[in-house]
Each structure stands twice: as structure tokens, then as C-alpha cells.
Design a protein around this ligand. Structure first.
Ligand SMILES: *[C@@H]1O[C@H](CO)[C@@H](O)[C@H](O)[C@H]1NC(C)=O
Length: 296
């Protein structure tokens, strides 16, 4: 039998329409045995499969340059550390990068504890989850999530956790030559400070006096708010994004960032942030202060 060309074409179209309506023959819409058991649905419907960058082999947003670094959640490496019992630490920023401070996460298990920092080293702890007890002289103080404690250099105070805790720790070799003192408090009870042309909310958790050579700022942005000043300064930063997401500009790079990401900013790196997404951003950031750069 000879079938005219135009009839062949109509036949082919009819089969295509029928199979599309049935949804059975197009690899990628519904996997079928006729697709050899393969499932190509990710090509046109990635949202249904989820875009899972963290498990993409070899992929990370983490980056390291001479003047900045992004340490994304998936790049943290935890290990044991002398002075910390039943605790794992992940060092995010350290003098190994040229920083004048150390910034690390401490994951404390049940019945864990920390010895005082090394002589001459000051330590700031922000409790992110769980509870710690600080032995300050004869007093025991219980600190829960969203509270902080500062140990001046040569403090002999220790801390422990009965049921585990997650901490952010900043440390540096004290360099100011003043008389910093033990302090602790709750982030929300710390006063909001004026921010000039900026719209973000600002708290500083340590006293703003020359006795201190660094401070720890808590910064809050509503979605859509961004830094007004495109800062370039000699001070260094260690930042941990606690909530939200947005774009951090570092030098000539623009990084999508989310809660859990950490950033190291070396002196003079151009820096800028815009909060995006549906929920507010909060980040905590170390900044060295008051030291004369010629002597520091
Ligand atoms: C800490 O103690 C050491 C002696 O162990 C001393 O040399 C140093 O000046 C002290 N540092 C501060 C900031 O008090």
C-alpha cells in the first residue's frame, strides 16, 4: 500500500497529539518504560525536584581571596580542640588568613565544657542554641540562646553545658592596654543605636570605650533594605548571617548569601549588603576598634 505524503504527516501528528494527551510517551513528563526507565523531568520541572546546590558534586558558593572569603554552610569542617571538652569547633576566620582575630563555631555536646582562653586572649561568646553556664568568680550564670558573654584577657572563668549548646566565638590577643571587664547580656535588651543615613537597626554588645579593641555588632535589615554607605575601611570583619538572605558585595564579587554563611572581610575590601527574600536579615559582625593602625 502506498500512502500519500500528506496523509503520513497527518498520521504522525495524530499519534503525537494522542501520546501527548495521554502523557505517556514524552520522556521527561512522566517516566515510562518506553523512556528506558529514565527520568528526565528535572530538565523542565526543576522546581518539583528541588534545586539542591549543596549536594551538587564539587559545587560551593564558598570563595577565598586575599581580601575576603565566604564560608558557606556546606564548607564548615568541625574537629576537636584542646581546651574544649566534648565539643567540636569549626574555625571560620583565623590569623591563618591574616585576620587579627579568630571566629569559630563551637558545637557543645551533653556535659561539655571550655577552659579559659589562653593568657592574654579575650573571648566573646554568643549563644545561638541551647544553654551554657558560666562560672564567673563565685557566681554561676545561666545563658540561653540570644545571650552573650565577654571574658577579658587573663580571665579564669570557665563555661559548661549540661545538655549541649551551639556557640559563636570571637577571640583575639588583647592589644589595647586598657581595663576591659567581664560582661554579659541579652541581645534584645541591648540598646538600639543611631545609624545616621542608614536604615538598618544596630546594636553594639560591648562598651564603646578605648578599653576595648573590638566590638560585636548585631545588624537587622527588613527585606529590601540595604547598606547606604559603600564602606571601605581599615577595620576587619568576621560576619555570621543568623537569619534571612540577600546579596553581599565584596570587592567586585556579588554573593547570594543565606543564614549560616560566614564572611571574612580583610582591611579595605569594598563591602555592601542588600537584604532580600521574604523575611528579615540579622547578622552578627566583629569589628576591631580604637586601635591606632600605626601601632595595632
Ligand atoms: C596576662 O597575663 C600575663 C602573665 O601571664 C601578663 O604578662 C599580661 O600582661 C596579662 N595581660 C593582660 C591584658 O592583663
Amino acid at each position: 500500500m502506498i500512502i500519500p505524503g500528506h496523509l503520513l504527516l497527518e498520521l504522525a501528528l495524530a499519534v503525537l497529539v494522542a501520546s501527548a494527551a495521554h502523557g505517556a510517551e514524552l520522556c521527561g513528563l512522566t517516566p515510562t518504560p518506553s523512556c528506558g526507565g529514565h527520568d528526565y523531568s528535572a530538565v523542565f520541572r526543576p522546581a518539583e525536584r528541588g534545586i539542591d546546590f549543596d549536594s551538587l558534586p564539587g559545587y560551593t558558593r564558598s570563595a577565598h581571596y586575599a581580601d575576603h572569603a565566604l564560608i558557606a554552610v556546606e564548607s564548615r569542617v568541625f574537629a576537636g580542640q584542646r581546651g574544649w571538652k566534648s565539643t567540636l569547633t569549626a574555625h571560620l576566620v583565623s590569623p591563618a588568613r591574616g585576620a587579627n582575630f579568630a571566629m569559630y563555631l563551637a558545637e557543645m555536646s551533653d556535659d561539655s565544657s571550655a577552659e579559659p582562653a589562653k593568657p592574654g586572649v579575650e573571648r566573646f561568646v554568643l549563644v545561638l542554641q541551647g544553654e551554657i553556664t558560666v562560672s564567673h568568680g563565685a557566681k554561676n550564670m545561666v545563658l540561653g540562646a540570644n545571650s552573650y558573654v565577654y571574658f577579658p584577657p587573663n580571665s579564669t572563668d570557665t563555661l559548661y553545658s549540661e545538655d549541649g549548646a551551639g556557640l559563636l566565638v570571637y577571640e583575639r590577643v588583647y592589644a589595647a592596654g586598657g581595663k576591659p571587664v567581664f560582661s554579659s547580656g541579652d541581645v534584645e535588651e541591648s540598646a538600639l543605636l543611631p545609624t545616621g543615613p542608614e536604615v538598618f537597626k544596630l546594636r553594639k554588645l560591648l562598651p564603646q570605650t578605648a578599653d576595648y579593641d573590638f566590638n560585636v555588632h548585631i545588624m537587622d535589615f527588613q527585606p529590601g533594605e540595604y547598606l547606604w554607605v559603600k564602606e571601605v575601611h581599615y577595620n576587619q570583619h568576621g560576619l555570621l548571617l543568623l537569619e534571612g538572605k540577600g546579596i553581599y558585595r565584596l570587592a567586585d564579587k556579588w554573593y547570594p548569601v543565606q543564614a549560616g554563611d560566614a564572611i571574612w572581610m580583610a582591611p579595605y575590601v569594598p563591602q555592601w549588603y542588600a537584604a532580600l527574600g521574604a523575611s528579615p536579615t540579622r547578622y552578627v559582625i566583629y569589628k576591631d576598634t580604637t586601635l591606632d593602625p600605626l601601632l595595632g
